[in-house]
Structure formats: structure tokens, C-alpha cells
Design a protein around this ligand. Structure first.
Ligand SMILES: *Cc1c(COP(=O)(O)O)cnc(C)c1O
Length: 458
């Protein structure tokens, strides 16, 4: 008999107490933070779903690796363990460690970008886009149209639109240094890319002689979705599916804060010797010697062990189910969410839940603030606050007004998630009473991090 209950495949070895607060305390904390959840002290947060990046729990073996860490400047055994762990999944000759994912992006783009260049992706993550644009190049997104419709069910909403990619290369191939595919598609809701789609991208890259790079931050979650959803993949080992993705790519950038199961780290890996030499020289300028990058030996150990654990089927079954469990609970409570639920987060549709709050009064902000006051839950507005400001300072509604509940890995239990569902349902029941916000102070760019808000009068 196969039990129906999918359990956390670990028991708890060390605990971090949560600090309970009263609603009055949370109101005061939010006011002091200018109604911006980024400005809260994390001690005033009960369930922190701001991001899944670097916020997960490490295993006892990872902590053992931290003790084993060898801090030799060059050629440390920790480096060789790290390199072997990366190459077991991504057999690429050059592995270049960095302090996190964006450092790998910066080095790669400094080597291949520049004015007049264009980089296609299914959807650029914001740091990837910023690092492309910082070189004067252009970042362009070709996710399939289904990936832009929040209510539409599709197994691989992260897929690249192959026709648009090919049409673009037909026109502009000379300006394209490489093609990126983000697995899973973070900015598109953590949606997976199929193996078949990546094969299609590879064939197009071959026709135009272009290297294919993976933004592979959530490679294991993506491979699990492939195993569950793609015809013919059901009996396969996830590590083999990951190696199939790797075999189709010429290189990758990676944030170990996601599927490295670590709190810091990243890398750039690639096949081309000349490009690798250029990248290593850039690495030495800003990150460090090529056998540690921006990392301590102990971090390399924690990542090496994390890469062993992240492809365990029991872990991935639990991981994807725990995100789905939150999505199912919210759906049962009648709360509109982006479908299907992705790998690392659930997105509440704030515009649908608060139809009386117009986009320029920030329904996502209103919902996120209410979840904090009601239950100490910290989420992240992904909507008009984040994307609504034009470079000239004017405003327009973002495509969607969402609130992201990102799930840190191996950190919260099922009762924590039940609590989140209860608080969301309680807030949704009085959604019509929630008021919008106005911004009283904002920086010229990336305003969501530091803007200050004021609730609008009833
Ligand atoms: C987090 C992330 C990055 C950047 O990695 P950092 O470690 O935060 O610098 C790049 N791409 C995707 C898809 C990500 O999720």
C-alpha cells in the first residue's frame, strides 16, 4: 500500500523560536515601516514568505559540511567537492563559483553583452534583465502566450515560444550572443519548461550557431515537474532528467540560494574554453580566486551536500506537494490564485480579490499589508508597485496585481501552512473593507524595496 499522506521527509533537529506578536504590535510595526513590508524587522514577522531565496533550512549533513570546510585560499578540498557535485548534475568542463546568482550573470554578460546586443529568454528574472541591460544590451522575453494568462491551466507554462524565437533569430541573429532559458520560469510564476521545449530551443540555436544557457536556479523543481507531467518521463530518476537538460546547454548561471539548498552561493558553468578564460579573469576582479569565487570553503561544502539532497525524490515530492497544498487550501477557501501552482510560490490575484481598489491604488499592497496585520505573514507585492512606474516618473497599471507567498525550503510545517490559509481566508472574507494606498515617498527605480506608503481614507 502506498500511503496518501505525503510527509515532510525529515524530522527537526534544531529549532528557531517564532516570536508571537499582537495585532496592535503589528499595526505599529507596519506604520513605523511606512507600510512597506521590506522595511519590517524580520523578528516582527511570524511566517516569512517574502522569498524562497537563501531562506531554507540546511540538513545535518550540510552543517557537518560547514565544519569540514577547508579555508585554503587555493585548491581547497572543499572546492573539489563542490566542483564534483556541480559536474555530477551538469557535466560542463568549466565551473566558476560566485557569491550568488547575479554575480554569475554579471560576469557572463560583461563577457558577451554590450550595446546593440539582444538576449532572448523565456522570461528574464529581474537581476538577469538588469545585468543584460547594464551592459547596454537589450533583454527580450519569448514565453508562450499561455504563460501570460494567470487562470489558464497548462503543464509547461514556462516554455519558450519557439516560433517567435526563430523568427527573431532570422532577423537579428548577428546581434544575439546567446539564448537563455530560465528553469523554472520564476517571473512567470515558477512554471516549468519541458524537455521537449528545450530540445526545440537547442535545434533553433544550432541552426543559427548560438550558445544556449540555462538560468538553472530551480533545476530540480523543474525536473520534478517534467517527471510528473511530460509523457515518457514518469519512471526516470530526476538526476538523469537534470543531466538531459544540462546536455542540451552550453552553459548555465545558478543561484545556490534556490536549488543549492544553501543560504548563499552560486556559479557559472560552461563548455567554451575561451569564454571561460575571459569569465575567470572577470571573476578575479570582483569575486575572488577561481577555486572559491565569492565563497568560503564551508559554503562550498554546504552547496555540494545540498546538490546531493535536492534531487532526492522524497524531497521533491514533498517540496512540490507542500506548495500545491497551500494552493489547494486557498482555492478551497475561494481565493483566486495563479494556476497551476508553480514550484516555489503561490500567487494571490489581488486585483480579482479587491475589485474595488483600482490598480493605481495598489490592491496587492493592500492585501499584503492586511495579511501582515491579521496574522504576521510577510508576502511580496508583484504588481503595480513593483512594475507600475515608468522611467519618466508617470504610472500605469502593471499587467497583473499579484501577492506572492514564496515557500522557503524545508522550513515551515503543514500546520504553519494551515495557519496561512486560515489568515488568508479571514482577510478574503472582509476584502471589501480593505482600502488602497498611496505612495508618499519613492526612489526613481526599484521603488518596491524602499517606497513609503499611506493608507487612503475610507
Ligand atoms: C534568484 C534568481 C536569480 C539571482 O540569483 P541571486 O542569488 O539572488 O543573485 C537569477 N535568476 C532566477 C530565476 C532567480 O530566481
Amino acid at each position: 500500500m502506498i500511503p496518501k499522506t505525503i510527509i515532510e521527509p525529515f524530522r527537526i533537529h534544531s529549532v528557531e523560536p517564532l516570536r508571537m506578536t499582537t495585532e496592535a504590535e503589528r499595526r505599529a510595526a507596519l506604520e513605523a515601516a511606512g507600510h512597506n513590508l521590506f522595511a519590517l524587522r524580520s523578528q516582527d514577522v511570524l511566517i516569512d514568505l517574502l522569498t524562497d531565496s537563501g531562506t531554507g533550512a540546511m540538513s545535518s549533513e550540510q552543517w557537518a559540511g560547514i565544519q569540514r570546510g577547508d579555508e585554503a585560499y587555493a585548491g581547497s578540498p572543499s572546492w573539489f567537492r563542490f566542483e564534483a557535485a556541480v559536474q555530477r548534475l551538469f557535466p560542463m568542463p568549466h565551473v566558476i563559483p560566485t557569491h550568488q546568482g547575479r554575480a554569475a550573470e554579471k560576469i557572463l554578460m560583461a563577457a558577451v553583452g554590450g550595446p546593440g546586443k539582444v538576449v532572448p529568454n523565456n522570461t528574464h528574472f529581474d537581476t538577469t534583465r538588469a545585468n543584460v541591460e547594464a551592459t547596454g544590451a537589450e533583454a527580450i522575453d519569448f514565453v508562450i502566450p499561455e504563460g501570460l494568462d494567470p487562470a489558464l491551466e497548462h503543464p509547461f507554462k514556462g516554455n519558450m515560444d519557439l516560433e517567435r524565437l526563430e523568427a527573431f533569430l532570422r532577423e537579428r541573429a548577428d546581434d544575439v550572443p546567446l539564448v537563455f532559458v530560465t528553469i523554472t520560469n520564476n517571473s512567470g510564476g515558477g512554471q516549468p519548461v519541458s524537455l521537449e521545449n528545450l530540445r526545440g530551443v537547442r535545434a533553433i540555436c544550432d541552426r543559427y550557431g548560438k550558445p544556449l544557457f540555462l538560468d538553472a536556479c530551480r533545476f530540480a523543481e523543474n525536473a520534478w515537474f517534467v517527471r510528473e507531467r511530460e509523457p515518457g518521463q514518469q519512471d526516470r530518476d530526476v538526476a538523469d532528467i537534470v543531466r538531459d537538460f544540462a546536455a542540451l546547454a552550453d552553459g548555465m548561471t545558478m543561484s545556490a540560494k534556490k536549488d543549492g539548498l544553501a543560504n548563499i552561493g552560486g556559479w557559472l558553468a560552461l563548455r567554451d574554453d575561451a569564454l571561460a578564460a575571459t569569465c575567470r579573469n572577470l571573476l578575479i576582479l570582483t569575486e575572488g580566486f577561481p577555486t572559491y569565487g565569492g565563497l568560503a570553503g564551508r559554503d562550498l561544502e554546504a552547496i555540494a551536500q545540498g546538490l546531493e539532497e535536492v534531487v532526492h525524490h522524497d524531497y521533491l515530492r514533498y517540496r512540490i506537494r507542500s506548495t500545491g497544498y497551500l494552493g489547494d487550501g486557498l482555492t478551497r477557501a475561494g481565493i483566486p490564485i495563479v494556476r497551476p501552482v508553480g514550484g516555489h510560490a503561490v500567487y494571490l490575484d489581488a486585483r480579482a480579490l479587491l475589485p474595488h481598489v483600482p490598480p493605481l491604488e495598489y490592491p496587492g499592497q493592500a492585501l499584503a499589508a492586511a495579511l501582515y496585520v491579521a496574522g504576521g505573514i510577510r508576502s511580496c507585492e508583484i504588481g503595480t508597485v513593483m512594475f507600475g512606474r515608468r522611467p519618466d516618473g508617470s504610472e500605469r497599471p502593471a499587467a497583473l496585481d499579484l501577492v506572492r507567498l514564496a515557500i522557503p525550503r524545508r522550513t515551515y510545517t503543514q500546520s504553519h501552512v494551515d495557519y496561512v490559509v486560515e489568515i488568508c481566508a479571514e482577510v478574503a472574507a472582509r476584502a471589501s473593507e480593505l482600502r488602497g494606498y498611496r505612495i508618499v515617498d519613492e526612489p526613481p527605480a526599484l521603488r518596491h524595496f524602499t517606497a513609503r506608503f499611506e493608507p487612503l481614507p475610507a
